[in-house]
Design a protein around this ligand. Structure first.
Ligand SMILES: NC(=O)c1ccc[n+]([C@@H]2O[C@H](COP(=O)([O-])OP(=O)(O)OC[C@H]3O[C@@H](n4cnc5c(N)ncnc54)[C@H](O)[C@@H]3O)[C@@H](O)[C@H]2O)c1
Length: 363
């Protein structure tokens, strides 16, 4: 039987290298396309190369000819499109680049799928930010956390789209192109509107990847600023669970084509910023000094995904608890402090310093 082939754009990033590792170790032939713009990508590639076979194309999704070149070399069975400008804050300061990477870049990849491999399952890593402020959801401070009073299962896919911030607009446009390419051209394409994803190999920074950032900053004794009261909540999903959902989608194209899914930890995996700090303090057995700043524009008091549509469509559900997932993340940070500090400080990758000590998740 022919070996199945998957192209993972942004495959040197956090989600991408975990996905490449997963598929590569399940007999998929993996091609990673990445421009290596994100700090830590060299380390992720080195980690991936240590045991996983994959092809690597250093290319930029803004460059249509380069994308066409990669797509013309193989007949891909699946394309997982993760390459992106990922920070809302950066999108506000440089909206044009954000548009070019997220909107045009996605268009380039999607349109190249139409041209070269229209039968490939296309998964777009969209975002809960496409729902914007979610005007209809009421939140209240319920004990130590904000929470919804009228969305017991969280936010579902029927929530009106309300793109907010350049990042919300560029990802939202790409999300809609993805669904329309399924309708217009019959490509089995889906938009996964992801909530907060966390796990090992995420080199979190203050502007993006808060779970990893808090873990890294607290271990390396960097300053942590909480914007708002710290009682805001998010549902969090471990990257291993996300990657299993990608696989389930690829194996069931008829169930996902032309559909958007909210993908997160759901109501069972909700955590506030201060909850996470408390977990870190317990593990480190010391108080973590915190600074507090004002709420940032558009900061939501709560975001919790309703994941029932995905669970039903794909017979998938998250399996890793918040406690186990955070514990595994902390073990990774503890074991790889020097390599992680070098990435956070912008030091070029050194041989053998790839932060490759991956801790297993107990679940
Ligand atoms: N991590 C999360 O919590 C989360 C939540 C919602 C959505 N998402 C989406 O999931 C995807 C993966 O996120 P991540 O956390 O792994 O981010 P990441 O920054 O770790 O990975 C993105 C990768 O894309 C690459 N890239 C950036 N611009 C590129 C370009 N022009 N051409 C080619 N490659 C480029 C980067 O080098 C990086 O390796 C993104 O599309 C992101 O918007 C992530």
């Amino acid at each position: 039987m022919r070996t199945k082939r998957v192209l993972i754009t942004g495959g040197a990033g956090f989600v991408g290298c975990n996905a490449a590792h997963y598929f590569g170790n399940r007999n998929w032939r993996v091609t990673v396309l990445d421009n290596l713009s994100r700090a830590g990508t060299q380390q992720n590639l080195a980690w991936l190369g240590d045991g996983t076979a994959f092809d690597f194309a250093r290319a930029d999704v803004r460059d249509r000819a380069a994308v066409d070149q990669v797509m013309s070399e193989e007949r891909f069975d699946a394309v997982i499109h993760l390459a992106a400008q990922v920070a809302v804050t950066t999108s506000v300061t440089d909206p044009r680049s954000d548009f070019m990477i997220n909107a045009l870049g996605t268009f380039n990849v999607l349109d190249a799928v139409r041209k070269h491999c229209p039968e490939a399952v296309f998964i777009f890593a969209s975002t809960n930010k496409v729902y914007g402020k979610i005007a209809g959801a009421q939140t209240e401070l319920l004990g130590a956390r904000h929470g919804y009073t009228n969305r017991p299962f969280g936010i579902d896919e029927k929530e009106p789209l309300d793109f907010l911030s350049p990042y919300g607009c560029s990802k939202g446009a790409a999300d809609q192109y993805t669904l329309d390419y399924a309708r217009m051209y019959g490509i089995p394409a889906t938009s996964f509107r992801q909530s907060c994803i966390y796990g090992t190999r995420q080199f979190g920074i203050e502007d993006q990847g808060w779970v990893a950032w808090f873990a890294i900053a607290s271990l390396l004794r960097r300053d942590i600023t909480i914007f708002g009261d710290g009682r805001q909540v998010r549902d969090i999903l471990h990257v291993d669970d996300l990657v299993r959902a990608y696989e389930a989608a690829i194996l069931a194209p008829d169930r996902i084509a032309g559909q958007a899914f909210n993908v997160g930890g759901g109501p069972q995996r909700v955590i506030s910023l201060l909850d996470l700090i408390a977990m870190l303090e317990l593990r480190l057995d010391r108080k973590i000094p915190l600074k507090f700043g004002d709420w940032r524009p558009g900061d939501q008091r709560a975001y919790i995904s309703d994941v029932r549509k995905l669970e039903t469509a794909l017979d998938w559900s998250p399996s890793i608890t918040v406690e186990d997932g955070i514990s595994q993340l902390l073990t990774w940070v503890e074991r790889n402090q020097a390599a992680i500090a070098a990435v956070e400080d912008g030091v070029p990758a050194a041989a053998g310093a790839n932060g490759d000590d991956r801790a297993p998740v107990a679940n």
